[in-house]
Design a protein around this ligand. Structure first.
Ligand code: GUN
Length: 381
Protein backbone atom coordinates (compact mmCIF):
# COMPACT_ATOMS: atom_id res chain seq x y z
CA UNK A 1 0.00 0.00 0.00
CA UNK A 2 1.39 3.44 -0.91
CA UNK A 3 1.58 6.19 1.69
CA UNK A 4 -1.20 8.01 -0.11
CA UNK A 5 -3.45 4.93 0.00
CA UNK A 6 -2.66 4.44 3.70
CA UNK A 7 -3.49 8.06 4.48
CA UNK A 8 -6.74 7.87 2.56
CA UNK A 9 -7.75 4.67 4.37
CA UNK A 10 -6.97 6.21 7.75
CA UNK A 11 -8.94 9.30 6.87
CA UNK A 12 -11.90 7.19 5.79
CA UNK A 13 -11.80 5.22 9.03
CA UNK A 14 -11.54 8.41 11.09
CA UNK A 15 -14.39 10.09 9.22
CA UNK A 16 -16.60 7.04 9.50
CA UNK A 17 -15.87 6.86 13.20
CA UNK A 18 -16.83 10.53 13.64
CA UNK A 19 -19.99 10.13 11.56
CA UNK A 20 -21.08 7.00 13.37
CA UNK A 21 -20.22 8.49 16.76
CA UNK A 22 -22.34 11.52 15.87
CA UNK A 23 -25.18 9.27 14.77
CA UNK A 24 -25.10 6.65 17.47
CA UNK A 25 -23.33 8.40 20.30
CA UNK A 26 -26.18 10.33 21.92
CA UNK A 27 -26.81 9.20 25.44
CA UNK A 28 -23.90 6.79 25.28
CA UNK A 29 -22.07 5.95 28.50
CA UNK A 30 -18.30 5.88 28.10
CA UNK A 31 -16.35 3.17 29.93
CA UNK A 32 -12.82 4.20 30.96
CA UNK A 33 -10.55 1.22 31.62
CA UNK A 34 -8.57 1.51 34.90
CA UNK A 35 -4.79 1.80 34.42
CA UNK A 36 -3.09 -1.47 35.41
CA UNK A 37 -0.07 -1.28 37.76
CA UNK A 38 3.21 -1.99 35.90
CA UNK A 39 3.81 -5.72 35.76
CA UNK A 40 0.38 -6.53 37.23
CA UNK A 41 -2.15 -8.49 35.20
CA UNK A 42 -5.26 -6.43 34.43
CA UNK A 43 -8.26 -8.14 36.07
CA UNK A 44 -10.46 -9.91 33.55
CA UNK A 45 -13.62 -7.90 33.09
CA UNK A 46 -16.39 -8.99 30.77
CA UNK A 47 -17.41 -6.48 28.16
CA UNK A 48 -20.76 -4.80 28.76
CA UNK A 49 -23.66 -5.87 26.55
CA UNK A 50 -24.23 -3.01 24.12
CA UNK A 51 -27.90 -2.18 23.64
CA UNK A 52 -29.13 0.45 21.16
CA UNK A 53 -32.54 2.11 20.89
CA UNK A 54 -33.91 3.72 17.74
CA UNK A 55 -36.58 6.39 18.22
CA UNK A 56 -38.95 7.86 15.62
CA UNK A 57 -39.51 11.19 17.34
CA UNK A 58 -37.41 13.43 19.61
CA UNK A 59 -36.49 11.88 22.92
CA UNK A 60 -38.29 14.73 24.68
CA UNK A 61 -41.62 14.29 22.89
CA UNK A 62 -43.38 13.77 26.22
CA UNK A 63 -45.17 10.68 24.92
CA UNK A 64 -44.31 7.54 22.94
CA UNK A 65 -40.56 8.03 22.54
CA UNK A 66 -40.07 9.54 25.97
CA UNK A 67 -41.60 6.41 27.51
CA UNK A 68 -39.16 4.19 25.60
CA UNK A 69 -36.38 6.47 26.83
CA UNK A 70 -37.56 6.04 30.44
CA UNK A 71 -37.35 2.29 29.86
CA UNK A 72 -33.80 2.63 28.52
CA UNK A 73 -32.74 4.71 31.54
CA UNK A 74 -34.37 2.22 33.90
CA UNK A 75 -32.42 -0.76 32.53
CA UNK A 76 -29.17 1.22 32.48
CA UNK A 77 -29.76 2.03 36.14
CA UNK A 78 -30.74 -1.53 37.04
CA UNK A 79 -28.00 -3.44 35.19
CA UNK A 80 -25.23 -0.86 35.76
CA UNK A 81 -21.91 -1.64 34.10
CA UNK A 82 -23.14 -4.98 32.76
CA UNK A 83 -24.76 -3.07 29.90
CA UNK A 84 -24.03 0.02 27.84
CA UNK A 85 -27.06 1.65 26.26
CA UNK A 86 -27.32 4.30 23.56
CA UNK A 87 -30.05 5.79 21.40
CA UNK A 88 -30.63 7.64 18.15
CA UNK A 89 -33.69 9.87 18.01
CA UNK A 90 -35.89 11.25 15.19
CA UNK A 91 -35.07 8.40 12.80
CA UNK A 92 -37.58 8.36 9.92
CA UNK A 93 -39.41 5.14 9.01
CA UNK A 94 -37.39 4.86 5.80
CA UNK A 95 -34.12 3.33 4.52
CA UNK A 96 -32.40 5.74 6.93
CA UNK A 97 -33.56 3.48 9.75
CA UNK A 98 -31.79 0.48 8.17
CA UNK A 99 -28.56 2.47 7.93
CA UNK A 100 -28.86 3.49 11.56
CA UNK A 101 -29.41 -0.12 12.67
CA UNK A 102 -26.42 -1.32 10.64
CA UNK A 103 -24.30 1.41 12.23
CA UNK A 104 -25.52 0.39 15.67
CA UNK A 105 -24.39 -3.17 14.95
CA UNK A 106 -21.10 -1.85 13.56
CA UNK A 107 -20.56 -0.08 16.87
CA UNK A 108 -20.91 -3.40 18.69
CA UNK A 109 -24.57 -3.36 19.72
CA UNK A 110 -25.85 -6.91 20.14
CA UNK A 111 -29.40 -5.96 21.06
CA UNK A 112 -31.34 -3.34 19.08
CA UNK A 113 -34.76 -1.98 19.98
CA UNK A 114 -36.55 -0.45 16.98
CA UNK A 115 -39.41 1.42 18.59
CA UNK A 116 -41.85 2.34 15.83
CA UNK A 117 -44.19 0.36 13.58
CA UNK A 118 -42.86 1.67 10.27
CA UNK A 119 -39.37 0.24 10.86
CA UNK A 120 -40.73 -3.23 10.19
CA UNK A 121 -39.34 -3.92 6.68
CA UNK A 122 -36.00 -2.32 7.54
CA UNK A 123 -35.63 -4.44 10.67
CA UNK A 124 -36.23 -7.53 8.54
CA UNK A 125 -33.57 -6.47 6.02
CA UNK A 126 -30.94 -5.55 8.61
CA UNK A 127 -31.63 -8.66 10.71
CA UNK A 128 -31.28 -10.99 7.70
CA UNK A 129 -27.62 -9.88 7.36
CA UNK A 130 -26.70 -9.31 11.01
CA UNK A 131 -27.34 -12.72 12.48
CA UNK A 132 -25.35 -12.12 15.66
CA UNK A 133 -27.56 -9.17 16.65
CA UNK A 134 -30.95 -9.61 18.33
CA UNK A 135 -33.60 -7.22 17.07
CA UNK A 136 -36.67 -6.22 19.03
CA UNK A 137 -39.37 -4.48 16.99
CA UNK A 138 -42.09 -2.57 18.84
CA UNK A 139 -45.64 -3.09 17.50
CA UNK A 140 -44.69 -5.06 14.41
CA UNK A 141 -45.97 -8.50 13.40
CA UNK A 142 -43.00 -9.97 11.53
CA UNK A 143 -40.63 -12.09 13.57
CA UNK A 144 -37.50 -14.04 12.51
CA UNK A 145 -34.82 -16.15 14.19
CA UNK A 146 -33.19 -12.96 15.52
CA UNK A 147 -36.28 -10.67 15.48
CA UNK A 148 -38.85 -10.53 18.27
CA UNK A 149 -41.89 -8.26 18.34
CA UNK A 150 -43.37 -6.59 21.39
CA UNK A 151 -46.26 -4.23 22.04
CA UNK A 152 -48.44 -2.83 24.78
CA UNK A 153 -52.23 -3.12 24.91
CA UNK A 154 -52.69 0.60 24.37
CA UNK A 155 -56.33 -0.12 23.56
CA UNK A 156 -56.94 -0.92 27.23
CA UNK A 157 -55.69 2.55 28.21
CA UNK A 158 -57.84 4.06 25.45
CA UNK A 159 -60.92 2.28 26.82
CA UNK A 160 -60.26 3.52 30.38
CA UNK A 161 -59.82 7.07 29.06
CA UNK A 162 -63.04 6.59 27.10
CA UNK A 163 -64.97 5.90 30.32
CA UNK A 164 -63.77 9.24 31.69
CA UNK A 165 -64.63 10.95 28.39
CA UNK A 166 -68.12 9.44 28.53
CA UNK A 167 -68.61 10.84 32.02
CA UNK A 168 -67.34 14.32 31.14
CA UNK A 169 -68.60 15.22 27.65
CA UNK A 170 -71.46 17.70 27.59
CA UNK A 171 -71.84 17.87 23.81
CA UNK A 172 -71.97 14.04 23.66
CA UNK A 173 -69.44 14.31 20.85
CA UNK A 174 -65.90 13.16 21.52
CA UNK A 175 -62.95 13.20 19.12
CA UNK A 176 -59.64 11.56 18.28
CA UNK A 177 -56.59 12.97 16.52
CA UNK A 178 -55.30 9.90 14.71
CA UNK A 179 -51.80 9.27 13.41
CA UNK A 180 -50.97 6.50 10.92
CA UNK A 181 -53.87 4.33 9.67
CA UNK A 182 -52.80 0.88 10.92
CA UNK A 183 -55.03 -1.56 12.85
CA UNK A 184 -53.46 -0.59 16.19
CA UNK A 185 -54.56 3.02 15.80
CA UNK A 186 -58.04 2.13 14.52
CA UNK A 187 -58.40 -0.27 17.48
CA UNK A 188 -57.43 2.51 19.89
CA UNK A 189 -59.93 4.97 18.40
CA UNK A 190 -62.71 2.39 18.67
CA UNK A 191 -61.71 1.34 22.19
CA UNK A 192 -61.86 4.96 23.35
CA UNK A 193 -65.36 5.25 21.88
CA UNK A 194 -66.49 1.91 23.38
CA UNK A 195 -65.34 3.14 26.79
CA UNK A 196 -67.34 6.36 26.40
CA UNK A 197 -70.42 4.48 25.18
CA UNK A 198 -70.24 2.18 28.22
CA UNK A 199 -71.26 5.31 30.16
CA UNK A 200 -73.66 6.72 27.56
CA UNK A 201 -74.48 4.65 24.44
CA UNK A 202 -75.64 7.77 22.58
CA UNK A 203 -72.14 9.28 22.42
CA UNK A 204 -70.79 10.02 18.93
CA UNK A 205 -67.20 10.47 17.79
CA UNK A 206 -65.22 12.30 15.12
CA UNK A 207 -61.73 11.45 13.88
CA UNK A 208 -59.10 13.55 12.09
CA UNK A 209 -56.03 11.81 10.64
CA UNK A 210 -52.66 13.54 10.44
CA UNK A 211 -50.80 10.58 8.87
CA UNK A 212 -47.74 11.11 11.05
CA UNK A 213 -46.68 10.00 14.50
CA UNK A 214 -45.16 13.30 15.50
CA UNK A 215 -46.13 16.66 14.07
CA UNK A 216 -47.21 19.11 16.78
CA UNK A 217 -48.51 21.75 14.30
CA UNK A 218 -50.65 19.19 12.43
CA UNK A 219 -51.80 17.59 15.69
CA UNK A 220 -52.87 21.00 16.93
CA UNK A 221 -54.65 21.86 13.66
CA UNK A 222 -56.53 18.55 13.78
CA UNK A 223 -57.56 19.22 17.37
CA UNK A 224 -58.83 22.67 16.38
CA UNK A 225 -60.99 21.22 13.64
CA UNK A 226 -62.47 18.66 16.05
CA UNK A 227 -63.30 21.40 18.56
CA UNK A 228 -64.85 23.54 15.81
CA UNK A 229 -66.99 20.51 14.94
CA UNK A 230 -68.49 20.34 18.44
CA UNK A 231 -66.07 17.95 20.18
CA UNK A 232 -65.46 18.78 23.85
CA UNK A 233 -63.29 15.82 24.93
CA UNK A 234 -60.36 14.55 22.84
CA UNK A 235 -57.95 11.64 22.71
CA UNK A 236 -54.99 11.22 20.36
CA UNK A 237 -52.73 8.52 18.98
CA UNK A 238 -49.94 10.93 18.12
CA UNK A 239 -46.75 11.38 20.12
CA UNK A 240 -46.84 14.95 21.45
CA UNK A 241 -48.93 16.90 23.97
CA UNK A 242 -50.14 19.29 21.21
CA UNK A 243 -53.75 18.07 21.37
CA UNK A 244 -53.85 18.56 25.12
CA UNK A 245 -52.32 22.04 24.84
CA UNK A 246 -54.84 23.01 22.15
CA UNK A 247 -57.64 21.72 24.37
CA UNK A 248 -56.46 23.98 27.16
CA UNK A 249 -56.25 27.03 24.89
CA UNK A 250 -59.80 26.37 23.70
CA UNK A 251 -61.32 25.50 27.09
CA UNK A 252 -62.12 21.85 26.36
CA UNK A 253 -60.70 18.64 27.83
CA UNK A 254 -58.26 15.97 26.63
CA UNK A 255 -55.95 13.17 27.72
CA UNK A 256 -52.28 12.45 27.80
CA UNK A 257 -51.24 9.34 25.90
CA UNK A 258 -48.20 7.08 26.30
CA UNK A 259 -46.60 9.42 28.85
CA UNK A 260 -47.91 11.41 31.81
CA UNK A 261 -48.75 14.66 30.04
CA UNK A 262 -50.53 16.32 32.97
CA UNK A 263 -47.91 19.05 33.36
CA UNK A 264 -48.35 20.29 29.78
CA UNK A 265 -51.97 21.43 30.24
CA UNK A 266 -53.17 20.89 33.81
CA UNK A 267 -56.59 22.51 33.34
CA UNK A 268 -57.49 20.45 30.28
CA UNK A 269 -55.95 17.19 31.46
CA UNK A 270 -58.45 14.43 32.32
CA UNK A 271 -55.95 11.61 32.79
CA UNK A 272 -53.00 10.03 30.98
CA UNK A 273 -52.97 6.54 29.46
CA UNK A 274 -49.38 5.68 30.25
CA UNK A 275 -47.21 2.86 28.86
CA UNK A 276 -44.46 1.40 31.00
CA UNK A 277 -41.92 -0.39 28.78
CA UNK A 278 -39.57 -1.06 31.70
CA UNK A 279 -40.86 -4.54 32.67
CA UNK A 280 -40.37 -5.78 29.11
CA UNK A 281 -36.98 -4.11 28.61
CA UNK A 282 -35.82 -5.60 31.90
CA UNK A 283 -36.92 -9.08 30.88
CA UNK A 284 -35.24 -8.94 27.46
CA UNK A 285 -32.01 -7.53 28.88
CA UNK A 286 -31.88 -10.19 31.57
CA UNK A 287 -32.60 -12.95 29.04
CA UNK A 288 -29.88 -11.67 26.72
CA UNK A 289 -27.30 -11.38 29.51
CA UNK A 290 -28.17 -14.93 30.56
CA UNK A 291 -27.88 -16.21 26.98
CA UNK A 292 -31.57 -17.09 27.06
CA UNK A 293 -33.01 -14.71 24.44
CA UNK A 294 -35.58 -16.70 22.54
CA UNK A 295 -37.54 -14.16 20.53
CA UNK A 296 -41.26 -14.48 19.93
CA UNK A 297 -44.13 -11.98 20.25
CA UNK A 298 -45.15 -10.21 23.43
CA UNK A 299 -48.24 -8.13 24.07
CA UNK A 300 -48.49 -6.89 27.63
CA UNK A 301 -51.18 -4.67 29.11
CA UNK A 302 -52.84 -3.60 32.37
CA UNK A 303 -52.51 -7.12 33.74
CA UNK A 304 -48.72 -7.14 33.36
CA UNK A 305 -48.27 -3.57 34.67
CA UNK A 306 -47.41 -2.24 31.21
CA UNK A 307 -50.49 0.03 30.83
CA UNK A 308 -52.42 2.31 33.18
CA UNK A 309 -54.64 5.38 33.26
CA UNK A 310 -53.04 7.78 35.73
CA UNK A 311 -53.83 11.15 37.30
CA UNK A 312 -57.57 11.21 36.65
CA UNK A 313 -58.67 14.83 37.13
CA UNK A 314 -60.19 15.88 40.47
CA UNK A 315 -63.41 17.10 38.89
CA UNK A 316 -64.24 13.69 37.37
CA UNK A 317 -67.21 12.36 39.40
CA UNK A 318 -66.45 9.53 41.84
CA UNK A 319 -69.02 7.33 40.08
CA UNK A 320 -66.96 7.60 36.87
CA UNK A 321 -63.70 6.91 38.69
CA UNK A 322 -65.33 3.81 40.19
CA UNK A 323 -66.24 2.60 36.69
CA UNK A 324 -62.60 3.02 35.64
CA UNK A 325 -61.40 1.11 38.71
CA UNK A 326 -63.85 -1.70 38.00
CA UNK A 327 -62.79 -2.05 34.36
CA UNK A 328 -59.13 -1.97 35.37
CA UNK A 329 -59.67 -4.70 37.97
CA UNK A 330 -61.44 -6.78 35.30
CA UNK A 331 -58.50 -6.34 32.91
CA UNK A 332 -56.14 -7.46 35.66
CA UNK A 333 -58.00 -10.66 36.53
CA UNK A 334 -59.17 -11.16 32.92
CA UNK A 335 -62.85 -11.12 33.85
CA UNK A 336 -63.32 -8.14 31.52
CA UNK A 337 -62.27 -7.77 27.87
CA UNK A 338 -62.76 -4.51 26.01
CA UNK A 339 -63.71 -6.29 22.80
CA UNK A 340 -66.70 -8.33 23.94
CA UNK A 341 -69.82 -8.55 21.73
CA UNK A 342 -72.32 -7.37 20.84
CA UNK A 343 -70.33 -4.81 18.85
CA UNK A 344 -71.51 -3.23 15.58
CA UNK A 345 -69.54 -1.28 13.03
CA UNK A 346 -70.70 2.20 12.06
CA UNK A 347 -72.74 0.81 9.15
CA UNK A 348 -74.79 -1.32 11.54
CA UNK A 349 -73.11 -4.65 10.74
CA UNK A 350 -72.44 -6.95 13.70
CA UNK A 351 -68.69 -7.49 13.99
CA UNK A 352 -68.77 -9.46 17.26
CA UNK A 353 -71.87 -11.38 18.40
CA UNK A 354 -73.15 -11.08 21.98
CA UNK A 355 -70.82 -12.64 24.53
CA UNK A 356 -68.00 -13.36 22.07
CA UNK A 357 -64.53 -12.00 22.96
CA UNK A 358 -62.37 -10.84 20.06
CA UNK A 359 -59.23 -12.98 19.82
CA UNK A 360 -55.80 -11.71 18.74
CA UNK A 361 -56.52 -12.37 15.05
CA UNK A 362 -59.67 -10.21 15.36
CA UNK A 363 -57.93 -7.48 17.36
CA UNK A 364 -55.00 -7.15 14.99
CA UNK A 365 -57.23 -6.92 11.93
CA UNK A 366 -59.67 -4.19 13.00
CA UNK A 367 -60.24 -2.05 9.90
CA UNK A 368 -63.64 -0.51 10.65
CA UNK A 369 -65.10 2.11 12.96
CA UNK A 370 -67.56 1.04 15.63
CA UNK A 371 -71.10 2.35 15.81
CA UNK A 372 -71.20 6.08 16.55
CA UNK A 373 -67.91 7.03 14.84
CA UNK A 374 -68.32 9.32 11.86
CA UNK A 375 -66.72 8.55 8.48
CA UNK A 376 -64.58 5.72 7.08
CA UNK A 377 -61.22 4.27 8.00
CA UNK A 378 -58.73 5.55 5.35
CA UNK A 379 -58.19 2.90 2.69
CA UNK A 380 -61.12 0.74 3.86
CA UNK A 381 -63.57 -0.58 1.25
N1 GUN B 1 -44.39 5.15 16.55
C1 GUN B 1 -44.61 6.28 17.21
N2 GUN B 1 -45.73 6.25 17.91
C2 GUN B 1 -46.25 5.04 17.70
C3 GUN B 1 -47.44 4.40 18.15
O1 GUN B 1 -48.26 4.95 18.90
N3 GUN B 1 -47.61 3.14 17.70
C4 GUN B 1 -46.73 2.54 16.87
N4 GUN B 1 -47.02 1.33 16.45
N5 GUN B 1 -45.62 3.09 16.43
C5 GUN B 1 -45.40 4.34 16.85
Amino acid sequence: MTNLQKRSLLQTVALTAVAVAALVGCGKKEEVAPAAAPGAEAPAKSEPLKIAFMYVSPVGDGGWTYQHELGRRAIQEKFGDRIETSFVESVPESADSERVMRDMAGQGSKLVFATSFGYQEFVQKAAADLKDVKFEHATGYKTAGNVATYDTKTFEGAYLAGIVAGGMTKTKTIGVVASVPIPEVVRNINSFVLGAQSVDPAIKAKVVWVNEWFSPPKESEAATSLINGGVDVMYQNTNSPAVLKTAQERGVRAFGKDGDMSAFAPQAHLGSAVIDWTPYYTKVTQDTLDGKWEGGSFWWGVKEGAMDLVKIADDVPQEVKDRVAKAKAGMKDESFHVWTGPIQDNAGKEVLPAGKVGDNAFLTGIDFYVHGVEGKVPGAK
